[in-house]
Design a protein around this ligand. Structure first.
Ligand code: FES
Length: 134
């Protein structure tokens, strides 16, 4: 017996060429569907660090880099493979003292934030349709 009834269509194959991603929403979940060398993968689109949309980030082979603080995740497993980068660029103009104080506080709080792996979802292809099980 097929259990394909529990898979839901989220996109057509030609909407997501190799090296591209698509944000989809399903039952209140925000999911990024990615094409890695012709194979499709799905995982949570909200970054496990501070919720930015990974589908707005950069994809290179099987790695997506978050657009907010550059945490990296393996699209094929959902695993975090790179921590967020929170340093201020060394060539940045010094901030006014009031802002420096504020940034110190924010930086301290941010250091307590953990970045988690992303949940992944099963993907199946039927004809030219991408379906996922959420
Ligand atoms: S929100 Fe993704 S790295 Fe910070």
């Amino acid at each position: 017996m097929s259990n394909n009834e529990s898979y839901v269509e989220v996109a057509k194959i030609d909407e997501i060429p190799p090296g591209r991603m698509k944000h989809v929403e399903l039952d209140g979940l925000e999911i990024v569907v990615s094409n890695v060398n012709g194979k499709f993968y799905a995982m949570d689109d909200r970054c496990g660090h501070m919720n930015a949309r990974l589908s707005n980030g950069n994809i290179s082979q099987n790695i997506v880099t978050c657009p907010f603080h550059a945490a990296k995740f393996d699209i094929t497993t959902g695993k975090k493979v790179g921590e967020p980068v929170l340093e201020i660029p060394p060539d940045m103009e010094p901030l006014p003292p009031k802002w420096q104080k504020y940034m110190e506080t924010v930086g301290k709080e941010m250091s307590y934030i953990k970045t988690y792996n992303q949940s992944t979802y099963e993907v199946t292809i039927e004809g030219d349709v991408i379906k996922i099980k959420a």
